[in-house]
Design a protein around this ligand. Structure first.
Ligand code: SF4
Ligand code: SF4
Ligand code: SF4
Length: 295
Protein backbone atom coordinates (compact mmCIF):
# COMPACT_ATOMS: atom_id res chain seq x y z
CA UNK A 1 0.00 0.00 0.00
CA UNK A 2 1.28 3.44 -0.91
CA UNK A 3 2.71 5.31 2.05
CA UNK A 4 1.11 8.68 1.77
CA UNK A 5 -2.10 10.32 2.79
CA UNK A 6 -4.48 12.12 0.53
CA UNK A 7 -6.41 15.26 1.30
CA UNK A 8 -10.13 15.72 0.72
CA UNK A 9 -9.18 18.25 -1.93
CA UNK A 10 -7.10 15.65 -3.79
CA UNK A 11 -10.01 13.22 -3.66
CA UNK A 12 -12.35 15.86 -5.08
CA UNK A 13 -9.88 16.87 -7.79
CA UNK A 14 -9.35 13.34 -9.10
CA UNK A 15 -13.07 12.57 -8.83
CA UNK A 16 -13.55 15.35 -11.37
CA UNK A 17 -11.13 13.43 -13.61
CA UNK A 18 -13.15 10.20 -13.31
CA UNK A 19 -11.21 8.58 -10.42
CA UNK A 20 -13.44 7.40 -7.59
CA UNK A 21 -11.95 6.59 -4.22
CA UNK A 22 -12.07 2.94 -3.13
CA UNK A 23 -13.66 3.00 0.33
CA UNK A 24 -11.61 -0.07 1.33
CA UNK A 25 -8.23 1.55 0.65
CA UNK A 26 -8.44 5.35 0.54
CA UNK A 27 -5.17 5.81 -1.37
CA UNK A 28 -6.56 3.78 -4.28
CA UNK A 29 -9.05 4.81 -6.93
CA UNK A 30 -11.23 3.28 -9.60
CA UNK A 31 -10.67 4.92 -12.98
CA UNK A 32 -13.80 5.40 -15.06
CA UNK A 33 -12.89 4.91 -18.72
CA UNK A 34 -15.31 6.50 -21.18
CA UNK A 35 -16.64 4.26 -23.95
CA UNK A 36 -18.59 6.90 -25.94
CA UNK A 37 -21.58 4.64 -26.62
CA UNK A 38 -20.78 1.45 -24.77
CA UNK A 39 -19.00 -0.14 -27.74
CA UNK A 40 -15.22 -0.38 -27.89
CA UNK A 41 -12.80 -2.21 -30.14
CA UNK A 42 -10.88 -5.34 -29.19
CA UNK A 43 -7.73 -3.21 -29.24
CA UNK A 44 -9.25 -0.75 -26.76
CA UNK A 45 -10.27 -3.66 -24.54
CA UNK A 46 -6.65 -4.89 -24.64
CA UNK A 47 -5.39 -1.41 -23.74
CA UNK A 48 -7.78 -1.22 -20.78
CA UNK A 49 -6.80 -4.71 -19.62
CA UNK A 50 -3.09 -3.87 -19.94
CA UNK A 51 -3.61 -0.56 -18.15
CA UNK A 52 -5.30 -2.36 -15.28
CA UNK A 53 -2.33 -4.73 -14.90
CA UNK A 54 0.22 -1.92 -15.21
CA UNK A 55 -1.40 0.75 -13.08
CA UNK A 56 -4.24 -0.89 -11.17
CA UNK A 57 -5.15 -4.10 -9.37
CA UNK A 58 -5.54 -6.09 -12.58
CA UNK A 59 -9.31 -6.01 -12.28
CA UNK A 60 -11.81 -4.32 -14.58
CA UNK A 61 -15.46 -3.67 -13.72
CA UNK A 62 -18.41 -2.60 -15.86
CA UNK A 63 -20.50 0.24 -14.51
CA UNK A 64 -24.27 0.29 -14.90
CA UNK A 65 -23.97 3.20 -17.35
CA UNK A 66 -21.64 1.56 -19.86
CA UNK A 67 -18.30 2.87 -18.70
CA UNK A 68 -15.44 0.58 -17.70
CA UNK A 69 -13.63 0.92 -14.39
CA UNK A 70 -9.98 0.08 -13.95
CA UNK A 71 -9.86 -0.95 -10.32
CA UNK A 72 -7.37 -0.18 -7.57
CA UNK A 73 -5.20 2.56 -9.07
CA UNK A 74 -2.83 4.06 -6.44
CA UNK A 75 -3.04 7.85 -6.26
CA UNK A 76 0.49 8.29 -7.63
CA UNK A 77 -0.35 6.18 -10.68
CA UNK A 78 -3.27 8.36 -11.78
CA UNK A 79 -1.24 10.65 -14.03
CA UNK A 80 0.76 7.82 -15.70
CA UNK A 81 -2.49 5.90 -16.29
CA UNK A 82 -4.16 8.94 -17.88
CA UNK A 83 -1.15 9.39 -20.13
CA UNK A 84 -1.14 5.73 -21.13
CA UNK A 85 -4.86 5.80 -21.97
CA UNK A 86 -4.50 9.07 -23.91
CA UNK A 87 -1.71 7.53 -26.02
CA UNK A 88 -4.30 4.95 -27.10
CA UNK A 89 -7.16 7.37 -27.67
CA UNK A 90 -8.98 6.66 -24.41
CA UNK A 91 -9.88 8.94 -21.54
CA UNK A 92 -11.41 8.92 -18.08
CA UNK A 93 -14.19 11.13 -16.76
CA UNK A 94 -17.96 11.00 -16.49
CA UNK A 95 -18.45 12.63 -13.11
CA UNK A 96 -19.68 15.98 -11.83
CA UNK A 97 -22.41 18.47 -12.65
CA UNK A 98 -22.08 17.99 -16.35
CA UNK A 99 -23.47 16.07 -19.28
CA UNK A 100 -22.71 12.48 -18.35
CA UNK A 101 -21.65 9.71 -20.75
CA UNK A 102 -24.57 8.71 -22.93
CA UNK A 103 -26.08 5.26 -22.48
CA UNK A 104 -27.13 3.39 -25.59
CA UNK A 105 -28.90 0.10 -26.11
CA UNK A 106 -27.73 -2.22 -28.89
CA UNK A 107 -30.50 -1.06 -31.22
CA UNK A 108 -28.08 -0.90 -34.17
CA UNK A 109 -27.82 -4.69 -34.20
CA UNK A 110 -30.86 -5.77 -32.19
CA UNK A 111 -33.66 -7.34 -34.23
CA UNK A 112 -36.14 -4.88 -32.73
CA UNK A 113 -33.98 -1.78 -33.17
CA UNK A 114 -35.60 0.96 -35.24
CA UNK A 115 -32.71 3.45 -35.21
CA UNK A 116 -28.92 3.30 -35.32
CA UNK A 117 -28.48 3.79 -31.58
CA UNK A 118 -24.67 3.48 -31.58
CA UNK A 119 -24.29 6.13 -34.29
CA UNK A 120 -26.73 8.56 -32.64
CA UNK A 121 -25.17 8.01 -29.22
CA UNK A 122 -21.69 8.67 -30.59
CA UNK A 123 -22.91 11.95 -32.10
CA UNK A 124 -24.49 12.90 -28.76
CA UNK A 125 -21.25 11.98 -27.03
CA UNK A 126 -19.08 14.10 -29.33
CA UNK A 127 -21.44 17.08 -29.41
CA UNK A 128 -22.55 17.22 -25.79
CA UNK A 129 -20.31 15.08 -23.56
CA UNK A 130 -17.10 16.28 -25.21
CA UNK A 131 -18.38 19.51 -26.73
CA UNK A 132 -19.96 20.81 -23.52
CA UNK A 133 -17.39 19.42 -21.12
CA UNK A 134 -16.54 22.87 -19.82
CA UNK A 135 -20.18 23.68 -19.10
CA UNK A 136 -21.16 23.36 -15.45
CA UNK A 137 -24.83 22.58 -14.93
CA UNK A 138 -27.07 22.77 -11.84
CA UNK A 139 -26.73 18.98 -11.51
CA UNK A 140 -25.67 15.96 -13.55
CA UNK A 141 -27.45 15.47 -16.88
CA UNK A 142 -28.07 11.95 -18.16
CA UNK A 143 -29.01 10.98 -21.69
CA UNK A 144 -30.08 7.54 -22.94
CA UNK A 145 -30.85 6.26 -26.42
CA UNK A 146 -33.08 3.24 -26.93
CA UNK A 147 -33.75 1.51 -30.23
CA UNK A 148 -37.41 0.64 -29.69
CA UNK A 149 -40.27 0.86 -27.19
CA UNK A 150 -38.99 -2.21 -25.34
CA UNK A 151 -37.08 0.42 -23.32
CA UNK A 152 -34.13 -1.78 -22.36
CA UNK A 153 -32.07 1.29 -21.35
CA UNK A 154 -35.06 2.98 -19.71
CA UNK A 155 -34.80 6.25 -21.66
CA UNK A 156 -37.78 7.68 -19.79
CA UNK A 157 -35.84 7.50 -16.51
CA UNK A 158 -33.09 9.80 -17.82
CA UNK A 159 -33.02 13.58 -17.98
CA UNK A 160 -33.46 13.19 -21.73
CA UNK A 161 -34.32 9.89 -23.38
CA UNK A 162 -34.62 9.08 -27.07
CA UNK A 163 -36.55 6.09 -28.42
CA UNK A 164 -36.75 4.79 -31.99
CA UNK A 165 -40.24 4.78 -33.47
CA UNK A 166 -42.00 3.26 -36.48
CA UNK A 167 -45.52 4.62 -36.88
CA UNK A 168 -47.99 2.66 -39.00
CA UNK A 169 -50.45 4.21 -41.45
CA UNK A 170 -53.67 2.27 -42.01
CA UNK A 171 -55.42 2.03 -45.40
CA UNK A 172 -58.87 0.83 -44.42
CA UNK A 173 -60.00 0.42 -48.03
CA UNK A 174 -57.38 -2.29 -48.56
CA UNK A 175 -58.28 -4.27 -45.45
CA UNK A 176 -60.13 -7.51 -46.21
CA UNK A 177 -61.03 -8.45 -42.66
CA UNK A 178 -59.04 -11.70 -42.74
CA UNK A 179 -60.05 -14.40 -40.30
CA UNK A 180 -56.55 -14.41 -38.85
CA UNK A 181 -55.32 -10.86 -39.16
CA UNK A 182 -51.51 -10.90 -39.32
CA UNK A 183 -51.29 -7.37 -37.96
CA UNK A 184 -53.37 -8.26 -34.91
CA UNK A 185 -51.34 -11.43 -34.38
CA UNK A 186 -48.00 -9.61 -34.62
CA UNK A 187 -48.86 -6.78 -32.22
CA UNK A 188 -47.01 -7.55 -28.96
CA UNK A 189 -49.11 -5.19 -26.85
CA UNK A 190 -52.43 -6.35 -28.35
CA UNK A 191 -53.49 -2.90 -29.37
CA UNK A 192 -54.47 -3.69 -32.97
CA UNK A 193 -57.91 -5.23 -33.45
CA UNK A 194 -60.58 -5.80 -36.08
CA UNK A 195 -63.85 -3.90 -35.90
CA UNK A 196 -66.56 -4.38 -38.46
CA UNK A 197 -64.09 -6.39 -40.54
CA UNK A 198 -61.52 -3.58 -40.66
CA UNK A 199 -58.18 -3.19 -38.92
CA UNK A 200 -58.03 -0.62 -36.14
CA UNK A 201 -54.87 0.73 -34.51
CA UNK A 202 -55.75 3.24 -31.77
CA UNK A 203 -53.24 6.07 -32.12
CA UNK A 204 -53.02 6.73 -28.39
CA UNK A 205 -52.30 3.08 -27.54
CA UNK A 206 -49.92 2.04 -30.34
CA UNK A 207 -46.36 2.39 -29.05
CA UNK A 208 -44.91 2.59 -32.57
CA UNK A 209 -42.80 -0.54 -32.22
CA UNK A 210 -43.27 -1.37 -35.90
CA UNK A 211 -43.57 -5.08 -35.22
CA UNK A 212 -46.58 -5.26 -37.55
CA UNK A 213 -44.38 -3.95 -40.39
CA UNK A 214 -44.69 -6.08 -43.53
CA UNK A 215 -47.20 -8.44 -41.94
CA UNK A 216 -50.37 -7.53 -43.85
CA UNK A 217 -50.35 -9.37 -47.20
CA UNK A 218 -52.84 -6.91 -48.71
CA UNK A 219 -51.08 -3.64 -48.04
CA UNK A 220 -53.56 -2.34 -45.47
CA UNK A 221 -50.67 -1.49 -43.10
CA UNK A 222 -47.64 -0.92 -45.29
CA UNK A 223 -46.53 2.68 -44.87
CA UNK A 224 -44.59 3.57 -41.76
CA UNK A 225 -43.08 6.82 -40.58
CA UNK A 226 -39.71 6.27 -38.92
CA UNK A 227 -38.80 8.65 -36.16
CA UNK A 228 -37.69 9.42 -32.63
CA UNK A 229 -39.69 9.99 -29.47
CA UNK A 230 -38.06 12.20 -26.86
CA UNK A 231 -38.74 11.98 -23.13
CA UNK A 232 -37.93 14.88 -20.84
CA UNK A 233 -37.34 15.03 -17.11
CA UNK A 234 -36.90 11.44 -16.05
CA UNK A 235 -34.66 10.36 -13.18
CA UNK A 236 -33.90 7.24 -11.18
CA UNK A 237 -32.12 7.13 -7.87
CA UNK A 238 -32.69 8.79 -4.53
CA UNK A 239 -35.80 10.26 -6.06
CA UNK A 240 -37.69 8.91 -9.02
CA UNK A 241 -39.52 10.72 -11.81
CA UNK A 242 -40.81 9.27 -15.01
CA UNK A 243 -39.98 11.38 -18.03
CA UNK A 244 -42.82 12.68 -20.16
CA UNK A 245 -42.85 12.22 -23.92
CA UNK A 246 -42.81 15.31 -26.11
CA UNK A 247 -45.91 15.45 -28.24
CA UNK A 248 -44.02 15.57 -31.52
CA UNK A 249 -42.35 12.56 -33.10
CA UNK A 250 -39.11 13.83 -34.60
CA UNK A 251 -38.08 12.58 -38.01
CA UNK A 252 -34.39 13.45 -38.25
CA UNK A 253 -31.31 12.94 -36.12
CA UNK A 254 -30.48 16.62 -36.49
CA UNK A 255 -33.81 17.63 -34.95
CA UNK A 256 -33.15 15.27 -32.04
CA UNK A 257 -29.68 16.72 -31.50
CA UNK A 258 -31.13 20.24 -31.58
CA UNK A 259 -33.72 19.40 -28.92
CA UNK A 260 -31.05 17.84 -26.69
CA UNK A 261 -28.82 20.88 -27.10
CA UNK A 262 -31.68 23.24 -26.21
CA UNK A 263 -32.58 21.07 -23.20
CA UNK A 264 -29.02 21.23 -21.87
CA UNK A 265 -28.84 25.00 -22.46
CA UNK A 266 -32.23 25.52 -20.79
CA UNK A 267 -31.03 23.51 -17.79
CA UNK A 268 -27.83 25.56 -17.66
CA UNK A 269 -29.66 28.89 -17.93
CA UNK A 270 -32.87 28.28 -15.99
CA UNK A 271 -32.08 25.40 -13.66
CA UNK A 272 -31.55 26.22 -9.99
CA UNK A 273 -28.27 25.05 -8.45
CA UNK A 274 -28.71 21.52 -7.06
CA UNK A 275 -31.94 20.65 -8.84
CA UNK A 276 -32.28 17.91 -11.45
CA UNK A 277 -33.75 18.61 -14.86
CA UNK A 278 -37.00 16.93 -13.77
CA UNK A 279 -37.38 19.66 -11.11
CA UNK A 280 -36.68 22.37 -13.69
CA UNK A 281 -39.30 20.91 -16.04
CA UNK A 282 -41.85 20.65 -13.20
CA UNK A 283 -41.12 24.21 -12.06
CA UNK A 284 -41.33 25.79 -15.53
CA UNK A 285 -44.17 23.55 -16.73
CA UNK A 286 -43.80 20.74 -19.26
CA UNK A 287 -45.68 22.54 -22.04
CA UNK A 288 -43.59 25.70 -21.65
CA UNK A 289 -40.37 23.65 -21.73
CA UNK A 290 -41.56 21.69 -24.74
CA UNK A 291 -42.30 24.92 -26.57
CA UNK A 292 -38.87 26.34 -25.78
CA UNK A 293 -37.17 23.23 -27.07
CA UNK A 294 -39.01 23.20 -30.37
CA UNK A 295 -39.59 26.83 -31.34
S1 SF4 B 1 -34.65 -1.29 -26.51
FE1 SF4 B 1 -35.30 -2.43 -28.34
S2 SF4 B 1 -33.62 -2.14 -29.79
FE2 SF4 B 1 -32.83 -1.65 -27.77
S3 SF4 B 1 -31.90 -3.57 -27.04
FE3 SF4 B 1 -34.00 -3.45 -26.24
S4 SF4 B 1 -35.21 -4.60 -27.71
FE4 SF4 B 1 -33.29 -4.09 -28.72
S1 SF4 C 1 -54.88 -5.66 -41.85
FE1 SF4 C 1 -54.24 -7.01 -43.49
S2 SF4 C 1 -54.04 -9.01 -42.51
FE2 SF4 C 1 -55.25 -7.74 -41.14
S3 SF4 C 1 -57.37 -8.12 -41.68
FE3 SF4 C 1 -56.73 -6.36 -42.85
S4 SF4 C 1 -56.00 -7.18 -44.77
FE4 SF4 C 1 -56.10 -8.90 -43.36
S1 SF4 D 1 -46.70 -0.48 -34.31
FE1 SF4 D 1 -46.47 -2.03 -32.67
S2 SF4 D 1 -47.97 -1.43 -31.13
FE2 SF4 D 1 -48.52 -0.37 -33.02
S3 SF4 D 1 -50.00 -1.70 -33.98
FE3 SF4 D 1 -48.00 -2.22 -34.86
S4 SF4 D 1 -47.27 -3.89 -33.60
FE4 SF4 D 1 -48.94 -2.94 -32.46
Amino acid sequence: MAEYSITAEDVKRVKGMGFLQDKRQPTHFNARVITKNGKITAEQFRVIADASEKYGSGEVAMTVRLTVEIQGVPYDQIEPLCQYLAEHGLSTGGTGKKVRPVVSCKGTTCQYGLIDTYALSEKIHVRFYEGMHGVTLPHKFKIAVGGCPNNCVKPDLNDVGVIGQRIPTVYLDRCRGCKKCQVVLSCPIKTAFLEGGKIQIPAEECNHCGRCFGKCPFGAVTDYQNGYKIYLGGRWGKRVAQGRAMSKIFTSEEEVLQVIERAICLFRDEGIEGERFSDTVARLGFEAVEQKLTQ
